[in-house]
Design a protein. Structure first.
Length: 423
């Protein structure tokens, strides 16, 4: 296979911006993924809902255009555009016909620089958000997820999760002044933009430079991430919710490292071996589901590693109330069996082959390519990482996995579960 990165051009812009343009053989479609510095990590503690509301209302009107004018202009051209919130960044993604790329980027810039958050739209957005939070009180998976993050992290950590009651209070208190102040932090410093699809390089570069010239400087300050200080434990938190057919369970532990740690990739492979999706891919699916019939699905996940924070591992499963205790005990037992006897060179080789193959396939679409390019920019990696990633995966050794197992507190896995528990 030839070099993938050789088909990508990275533009050199001031203020730390990274722009990637990747012409592909896809016809009549262009995919855009981008972000600017400015996220809930930059806001005062407990004020993250300022960004949540801001991104929802980013296209709800500017000083010169109404919400309907913005959205109808996009719809008439068949353009998809959305904004989303993140720790250090505000994200935008879109797709369009090649001839409409300039209009898409101009609209992104117009929203980032001119969103004026009409009072009526703020009230409507709050009403929707508060309604969703009220409904989520009976969402067993969300309740268990929140509880686990509160078990694993100290309250000042960026990965700590606020309760639903706290989120409701925070949402209610957001003001238009706070939204406008947050929006003014967004600009070209630290901008990441990835464009993939049916594009011509020179014309796309011209369109990009014209659109981005209207962005203000924006913030360039990223908060220092302090490591978690909470000690691991085997604590179990149960959140009872009546009349639920299943119990959602999370079992996990915080890790003492970030995505930049030399063993991070080894850790990711270990978690794939333990709990990958697919009936034959992960140990927990082969045992807890296929052998024991205790669940429809059980997966291991990494989370909380974005923006340079020290993340965690967690295992999610859904169990019947009648077999909950048996299933949890079986899951803990299989984790121990896996770590003690099943981390082998053959198992590692299989997961390396699968991940390398899946990675190559993911880059065959404009969406997958744009996502990867944006990730490279966000994480500060060289463009060559696109080509070297499969080799990095294959370079992980069994000794690396052994070292990871020493670092992660697998003997002190916390549990959080929500549903209807039998007495």
């Amino acid at each position: 296979m030839g070099s993938i990165a050789s088909n990508v051009t990275e533009l050199e812009l001031a203020d730390g911006a990274r722009i990637f343009i990747s012409p592909t053989k896809a016809k009549d479609v262009v995919t855009v993924r981008g972000s600017v510095l400015g996220g809930w990590n930059m806001l005062p503690h407990g004020r993250g809902d300022i960004q949540t509301l801001a991104v929802e209302l980013m296209d709800a009107g500017t000083s010169t255009k109404s919400k309907d004018q913005i959205r109808e202009a996009l719809s008439d051209r068949g353009i998809n555009l959305s904004f989303s919130a993140g720790g250090d960044r505000t994200y935008f993604s879109g797709s369009c016909l090649p001839e409409n790329l300039g209009f898409l980027l101009e609209t992104v810039v117009e929203c980032l620089t001119g969103a004026n958050f009409p009072a009526k739209e703020i009230a409507l957005a709050k009403e929707r958000a508060l309604g969703e939070w009220e409904e989520s009180r009976t969402d067993t998976k969300l309740q268990a997820s929140i509880a686990l993050q509160r078990e694993l992290y100290n309250p000042t950590h960026f990965n700590y999760a606020y309760s639903i009651d706290e989120r409701i209070t925070q949402t209610k208190s957001v003001t238009r002044t706070e939204l406008l102040t947050f929006r003014k932090t967004l600009g070209r410093k630290g901008l990441i933009l990835a464009i993939a699809g049916d594009v011509a390089l020179k014309n796309t570069e011209r369109v990009v430079r014209m659109a981005l010239a209207k962005l203000p400087e924006g913030t360039a300050t990223v908060p220092v991430k302090k490591l978690n200080t909470k000690s691991p434990s085997n604590k179990e938190t149960l959140i009872p919710i009546k009349d639920k057919a299943n119990i959602d369970v999370f079992i996990g532990a915080a890790t003492p490292f970030t995505i930049d740690h030399p063993l991070y990739l080894a850790f990711a492979l270990l978690m794939e071996m333990l709990g990958a999706r697919g009936l034959s891919a992960g140990h927990l699916m082969r045992t807890i589901r296929e052998r024991d019939g205790l669940t429809y699905g059980i997966y291991a996940q990494l989370f909380g590693f974005s923006d340079g924070t020290d993340g965690a591992m967690r295992i999610w499963a859904t169990f019947s109330p009648a077999t909950y205790k048996k299933a949890v005990a079986a899951t803990r037992a299989e984790i121990a069996v896996f770590l003690k006897t099943l981390v082998t060179r053959d198992a590692l080789l299989k997961i390396q082959d699968r991940i390398s193959g899946s990675y190559i396939v993911s880059l065959s679409t404009t969406e997958g390519l744009a996502n990867m390019l944006h990730m490279i920019g966000r994480d500060g990696k060289a463009l060559s990482y696109m080509d070297t990633y499969p080799d990095l995966v294959r370079s992980v050794t069994i000794e690396d996995l052994v070292e990871v197992m020493k670092l992660v507190p697998f003997n002190s896995l916390s549990l959080a579960a929500s549903g209807s528990f039998q007495k």
